[in-house]
Design a protein around this ligand. Structure first.
Ligand code: SF4
Length: 395
């Protein structure tokens, strides 16, 4: 009993200290950051989001960030400060799908509205400037806000031909040069999407441009908001954390925020009871598909994929790929394009690249233990099915 009292006391003290730290940091930011560009309350009212909805959203974000309810007002303050944080957004080898997914929303929720207020000092896709003027804008932003701006990078960096597969601007600088110059002056670097985080499709076999993720190419630490595209909630939550504590949230070994990528898709999937019961879709459109059974046998990679899609979903929580009927393709994991996405069968049965390679021998070591667990489960399910078949035969 005494042990549990001591533990509760220690937890409560920890959060009190954390709250104190948060207050000091928010006061510092109030002094240092430029004034707000938008009044969030006015903008929310304009978009039909009531104060009540906003408070509800702050409660959801507080718990998503793994903080107790006492932090809700601090989350609200961070949201109000969102438009004060200078952002320099760079594009390298990618399709701009992440920007599209984050900045274009037909039914905006609070996270989407916050993204509209973001202080984008430089963003190649949506800014009006071009050529020399764009280059001057970038130079001005990274000088004026040196060590105060957050650099957000979308896209991988090609290393082939000394980086010349990707040149940018009127002076023809390589992506690597630009990335070095900007990240060097940034307070923090966030990789948005799996291309900048891990290389993604640019780095898929045979990777003719020798592309890789930012951290690997520049040898710096980055916060990786993985996904193809990632969920807006994960980006917004990470920036809110920064505006509360002046630093990035705890990360896993792949640089992904643990609050968003600490659990597997499979852990919170609504089809999970069917997996546990051995009820699998075996073919697209079969009876199991109509009944919403588990998609593991048609290639769902949810058991190997760390992300919160099954919890937060997309489009204001309306749906997500597995709910819509297609298995997870593992897009938050490094190398998923080679090892997971093309496989419409269970990973342990899959053979890639003409049959000589399987996912087990091309480096999916991290998923080995899970695969063993899944395989064991699949065997158990098969035995259950076999038993059922035999029973039916005897009837
Ligand atoms: S295997 Fe896929 S569809 Fe089945 S429960 Fe896991 S995440 Fe859901």
């Amino acid at each position: 009993m005494k042990g549990s009292d001591d533990y509760s006391k220690a937890v409560s003290n920890h959060y009190k200290q954390l709250m104190e730290y948060c207050k000091i940091n928010q006061e510092r930011l109030d002094r240092e950051l430029p004034p707000p560009r938008e009044d969030l309350n006015e903008l929310l009212a304009e978009r039909g989001v009531s104060r009540r909805d906003f408070i509800k959203w702050t409660s959801i974000m507080t718990s998503a960030l793994m903080l107790p309810p006492m932090f809700r007002p601090a989350v609200a303050k961070a949201a109000e400060n969102f438009s004060r944080l200078p952002i320099v957004w760079l594009h390298f080898a990618e399709c701009t799908g992440c920007s599209e997914a984050l900045l274009r929303s037909s039914y905006p929720n609070v996270a989407d509205i916050l993204l509209e207020t973001i202080s984008l000092e430089y963003h190649e896709t949506i800014m009006a400037a071009a050529g020399y003027q764009a280059e001057q804008n970038l130079e001005k932003a990274i000088t004026d806000f040196k060590k105060k701006f957050v650099c957000v990078i979308e896209g991988a960096l090609p290393r082939g031909l000394n980086g010349k597969y990707l040149t940018l601007g009127p002076k023809g600088k390589t992506g690597i040069q630009v990335a070095k110059e900007v990240t060097h002056k940034a307070a923090a670097t966030i990789c948005i999407g799996s291309c900048s985080a891990f290389g993604n499709i640019q780095a898929a076999r045979p990777n003719p441009t020798d592309s890789a993720g930012i951290s690997k190419v520049l040898g710096i630490s980055t916060v990786n908001i993985a996904g193809c595209p990632p969920n807006a909630v994960n980006f917004v939550g990470t920036l809110l954390h920064y505006l509360m504590f002046g630093g990035m949230p705890p990360l896993d070994s792949l640089g992904r925020p643990i609050w968003a990528y600490g659990k597997r898709i499979h852990d919170f999937c609504e089809r999970r009871p069917h997996y546990d019961a051995g009820e699998f879709v075996e073919e697209w459109g079969d009876d199991g598909a109509k009944k919403g059974w588990c998609l593991y046998n048609v290639g769902c990679k949810g058991p190997y994929t760390f992300a919160n899609c099954s919890k937060v979903r997309f489009n204001d929580g309306v749906s997500w790929p597995v709910m819509a009927g297609h298995g997870c393709i593992g897009c938050t994991e490094p190398g998923f394009w080679d090892t997971m996405a093309p496989l419409e069968k269970p990973i342990h049965e899959a053979s890639i690249g003409g049959g000589e390679r399987t996912v087990d021998n091309i480096g999916l070591v991290l998923t080995g233990l899970t695969a063993a667990g899944v395989a064991a489960h699949a065997v158990a399910s098969a035995i259950r099915h076999k038993g059922k078949d035999e029973e039916e035969k005897h009837d």
